[in-house]
Design a protein around this ligand. Sequence first.
Ligand SMILES: Nc1ncnc2c1ncn2[C@@H]1O[C@H](COP(=O)(O)OP(=O)(O)OP(=O)(O)O)[C@@H](O)[C@H]1O
Ligand SMILES: [Mg+2]
Length: 317
Amino acid sequence: MSLSLFEKRFLFFGGKGGVGKTTMAAATAIRAADLGYRTLLVSTDPAHSVSDSLDQRIGGETYTEVNNVANLWAIELNTEEAMRNYSQIVTQQDPSGTISEFIGGDDPTSLSPPGADETVAFIQLLEYIQNPEYDLVVFDTAPTGHTLKLLQLPEMTQSWLYRLIKMRRRLGGMMAGFKAIFGGSAGTSEQEAFDKLEELRDQVEIARVHLANAKETEFVAVTIPTIMAIWETERLIRALFEVAFPISQIFINQIQPKNPDCTYCRSRFEDQQENLQKIQELYSEFDLVEIPMFEYEIRGIKRLRELTLLLYQEDSG
Ligand SMILES: Nc1ncnc2c1ncn2[C@@H]1O[C@H](COP(=O)(O)OP(=O)(O)OP(=O)(O)O)[C@@H](O)[C@H]1O
Ligand SMILES: [Mg+2]
């Protein structure tokens, strides 16, 4: 059912708040690692819950080896620190804000970096994309809105970087002219900062290519059978299509098991069945994976492994 996922290099789990993104990402990463793939689980959600799900302190400093799972590492992106590094690069480029003022003209926002938190997460994401140490990188993303911004970033960041670089070139040319007249050479630190910017632009271009390649990348939409979740899934999937992000699987989580002896359960069951049918009609061309509501919270390696048996039963023999 979802086996093709393990042949990818980058898996993104996204969806509405609370539907089970972290749980599904963690379980999938554990299964991949158990199958022998060197796997990295990355949280791009500022409200990190990978630690809670794995029941182990993960943190954002290093790749933490996950206890009791060979081949699995995890990290929770520290956006605050990355943000500092990022704004440093930006201010180095335009210390007095002259370029922004110059280019700003009719569009004052044209030089401000797009979506700060997401940009930082994205820049860090570039690091994983180019890291050959892992066979598979599984991303546990923030609820839909943030994630969409993140995925639209390559394009935005790139056009922004192109504008900035073009501007720097022009101004740089002017500066060089002055310097040639009055003596002196261009400062190395300035050149270094400029090189960094160009490097960043190239990295973003590489990321775009990888992320749009369905052989390497897959987005798994996690949803639950409620009308509100269906609407949000629809918005998510449309937006993913718009940025040409590969998606073919939807995990439908927290399905109420049939229980004729309990009035509450029966009513929920019937309600959900109607919504399930809607999902099946809407997404008939997708691979739909149905996951029941467990009697307990799915947390910790043992329980996550139990979930993997259900998710990936066809390859577990
Ligand atoms: N099928 C299930 N049966 C029982 N409990 C579940 C199931 N799926 C998820 N849970 C539990 O529901 C809670 C929310 O799940 P999870 O944290 O994975 O959602 P999320 O989409 O990542 O949430 P957030 O949007 O806050 O990041 C967790 O306590 C998890 O253990
Ligand atoms: Mg989560």
